[in-house]
Each structure stands twice: as C-alpha cells, then as structure tokens.
Design a protein around this ligand. Structure first.
Ligand code: ZN
Length: 130
C-alpha cells in the first residue's frame, strides 16, 4: 500500500531564514512554494528526499499549534500511495481513524489525507497520491 516516503514535514517559525539555511548552508534545492491559507511553505530536496517546510500565518493553523506545544522541528511524515481512496478504505478496515475522511487537494497537484495521530504512536502521518 505505502510505496515510499513522499516527504518529511517540518514546522518552522521563519520560513525565509529556514529556506536560507537549507539552501545556502546545507545545499538543498528549493522547489515549489505554496500557500495553504492558514500556513505557507516550501519544498526543499536533497537526493530523493523532499522536506516540506511549513510556517504558520494564522494562530489557528496546525503548524501554530504544533510549535506552541512542541516547538519547531519534525511535524509529519508523508507516504506515497498508488490509490489514496483505496489506501484510506484499507486502513479504516484495520481500525485506523483519519483526520481527513476523504482525500483533499494537496501540494504539487497531489491528493492527500492525514491519519489521526492517536493511531500511529505519536507520529503524524500523511498519505499522498501524486
Ligand atoms: Zn505534508
């Protein structure tokens, strides 16, 4: 069902400063930037791994709540699936609860759904269909 890691989500307080660090200090390539309304972000890539840097624009965003509770840093891991609707159904049959009951539009033209972290031993997981 899960094919590979799609990206790793990082909550940041200052997107510009963080981008500068990943690009200039670490040598990552900067990819697509996006605006989710309550948060904004950018992808940075090293080898085959993408990091999704996310900064909150609004106190109600999941990123703002994450930074308030746990500070900056690792926020979620995203797995690529072939068919997200099938993956959701398969996991629901196994008793897994979702934050997103149905796939919703994600970055880079994808469809995404977040699994409820109560089911995943503390790791916030996202499914991505490209
Ligand atoms: Zn993500």
């Amino acid at each position: 069902m899960m094919e590979r890691i799609d990206h790793i989500g990082i909550a940041v307080k200052d997107l510009e400063a963080t981008l500068k660090f990943y690009e200039e200090t670490l040598g990552f390539k900067v990819g697509e930037k996006m605006d989710h309304g309550t948060s904004r972000g950018a992808f940075v890539t090293i080898g085959e791994v993408d990091f999704e840097l996310l900064e909150n624009k609004d106190r109600s965003s999941a990123i703002a709540r994450h930074i308030e509770k746990r500070g900056e840093g690792f926020q979620h891991i995203a797995f690529q699936v072939k068919n997200i609707a099938e993956a959701i159904e398969e996991l629901k049959k196994k008793g897994i609860r979702f934050i997103d009951e149905k796939p919703r539009p994600g970055a880079r033209g994808s469809r995404i759904a977040f699994i409820h972290p109560q089911n995943t031993y503390g790791v916030l997981m996202e499914l991505v269909e490209r």
